[in-house]
Design a binder for this molecule. Structure first.
Ligand code: ZN
Length: 539
């Protein structure tokens, strides 16, 4: 497998390859089976940015693997819809009605939105349309179908066979009082239908069955007191989460799965369990979580942080994919300012992809993963001009306009290659206008320079008045000198310029900006502002 390719999906693909060698040297896998990538989904809530990023990243590893191997692959999106509901999510309607069903499997609870046959039916439908909207190629598999359809039966009987070994893995992590009682099996109570309230009292390996009592009440969910004996097969019994993960790996033969940093310990225990069953754990890696602007973990039930819909209002999907692609093991803060930055880094990579001369340069560029469909369809994937999203945002800000044609006039004057990138830039102009209307315009506050800064403004005016060149660097130097020559602290000098021209404290590199906006136009703008100043003084 190619060692030269350096980006992380190839590193992961090499781990898949090593895993396959181990699995196929035992009986865990035949080399006719497709290589199986899995991603898990908890249907107690709606899909969110974490769902998107896990599926996207898993798909990128799958693409890297397919780039260096001829073996067929498959991606499973697995929904844990047999899980019991422990708490009513805050962001759903009909919470009181749902509260009556606490403790039951999600697939046996009514849909709070009244659209599908169950709570998880609604969430699963949302997940599928969410994944479809991004064009992911996946197979949907649900826990309910696997358990109740009998697909997990062999694995469940195997857990009963290895009962003590599986118990040992988990009980060493439990505090003493809970140890003796603990069982990997959670029967669904035949009387009240709850799965979170039952406790196994005896196992019957020869009969493939367990006895239980329903006596584990928790806040909001009373246990009914019923006791009985049920087979472990056909959905009468579910296994606890860490065992459930191992069961999936074992029965489906999963070769690759990634998970959030909060699940590292679970993954280690599930690894021990699948080995106890005689299976081979998949290759995989953990990724870091998203944080909000203040560095706190994003809560999906409370809906804090920047949502995927928010992002797509102001940045293209590719910029979100870029943000997720880069350094998956680093915690990332999600807030508005990362959108233009990610978009600009993506545009640079897109440009590099277009001019790459070696195939390794293409294969190692994140664009190879982000624009997979276009590349595989043979479309030209490139970005020719020098226009960044930050530049468009700044231009819209100084033009103070809703007029897209006016924005285009300026862009064309700045870079005559813009029409080659028309679709990409058009989309960015739309988003920039929206961003400006909703966030920049309401906070704009123009301020005129104070007396200490005025000599610098005069020097810059004189420069602009006589300048007939076309070089952003020369303009930048002259702008810098205007502050420096007049002993103005540079921080104050540039801030004063941004305050006067843009109505904000920060802004673009002025040389680039004046070149884009126009030398004469900038001079006129300064003159207009100064006229306001003297009119103000006359009052
Ligand atoms: Zn019960």
């Amino acid at each position: 497998m190619s060692e030269q390719l350096e980006s992380w999906p190839y590193r992961e693909a090499r781990h898949v390859d090593e895993h396959l060698k181990r699995a196929e040297s035992g009986d865990a896998k035949s080399d006719d089976d497709p290589v199986l990538f899995q991603t898990g989904f908890g249907p107690s809530g709606l899909p969110h940015i974490g769902t998107f990023s896990e599926v996207a990243r898993t798909n990128w590893v799958r693409r890297a693997f397919s780039t260096v191997s001829d073996r067929p692959t498959k991606l499973i999106a697995f929904s844990d819809d047999m899980d019991g509901l422990r708490k009513v999510p805050e962001n759903i309607p009909n919470g009181d009605m749902i509260a009556e069903h606490l403790g039951k499997p999600l697939c046996d609870i009514p849909d709070p939105f009244g659209e599908e046959d169950s709570f998880s039916g609604y969430m699963n439908a949302q997940l599928r349309s969410f994944l479809d909207s991004f064009g992911f190629d996946y197979n949907f598999v649900s826990s309910k179908d696997m358990y109740r359809g009998g697909e997990f039966n062999d694995g469940l009987l195997r857990i009963l066979e290895c009962y003590d070994e599986v118990r040992q893995v988990i009980i060493k992590t439990l505090r003493n009082p809970n140890r003796d009682e603990w069982s990997p099996f959670f029967p669904v109570c035949e009387n009240c239908g709850k799965v979170n309230n039952t406790r196994v009292t005896d196992v019957h390996p020869k009969d493939g069955a367990v006895s239980y009592v329903c006596d584990q009440s928790f806040r909001g969910a009373e246990a009914c007191g019923h006791s009985g004996t049920v087979p472990v097969t056909d959905g009468h019994v579910k296994v606890g989460w860490k065992v459930d993960w191992a069961l999936r790996w074992y029965v489906l033969g999963v070769d690759y799965e990634m998970y959030g940093k909060d699940l590292i310990e679970s993954a280690e225990l599930s690894t021990e369990i699948v080995r106890a069953l005689g299976g081979e754990p998949p290759a995989g890696m953990f990724y870091e979580m998203f944080l909000d602007e203040n560095g706190a973990k994003i809560s999906k039930s409370k809906g804090t942080g920047l949502s995927i819909d928010d992002w797509l209002q102001y940045g293209p999907l590719e910029s979100l994919a870029w943000f997720i692609f880069k350094k998956p093991k680093k915690a990332k803060k999600l807030f508005f300012e990362v959108i233009p930055r990610s978009t600009d880094q993506y545009l640079e990579a897109l440009h590099d992809y277009g001019v790459a001369t070696e195939s390794e340069q293409e294969l190692d560029n994140p664009v190879y993963f982000i624009k997979d469909e276009e590349i595989d369809a043979g479309e030209e994937v490139t970005y020719e001009s020098n226009i960044s999203y930050s530049m468009i945002l700044n231009l819209v800000s100084v033009l103070n306009t809703d007029d897209r044609d006016m924005v285009w006039d300026y862009l064309r004057r700045y870079d005559d290659r813009v029409d080659a990138d028309k679709d990409v830039i058009d989309d960015l102009v739309d988003r920039a206008l929206r961003y400006y209307r909703e966030f920049v315009f309401p906070t704009k506050e123009y301020k005129l320079p104070d007396e200490e800064v005025m000599p610098g403004v005069e020097q810059l005016r004189e420069f602009l008045d006589q300048y007939d060149g076309d070089d952003p660097e020369e303009i930048q130097t002259a702008t810098y000198r205007a502050g420096k020559d007049n002993d103005i602290k540079l921080g104050k000098w540039f801030r004063s310029m941004y305050r006067m021209l843009l109505g904000q404290d920060r802004g673009p590199r002025l040389g680039t900006f004046i070149h884009l906006y126009g030398v004469e136009e900038t001079l006129n703008l300064i003159n207009e502002r100064l006229a306001e100043k003297s009119a103000g003084n006359a009052d």
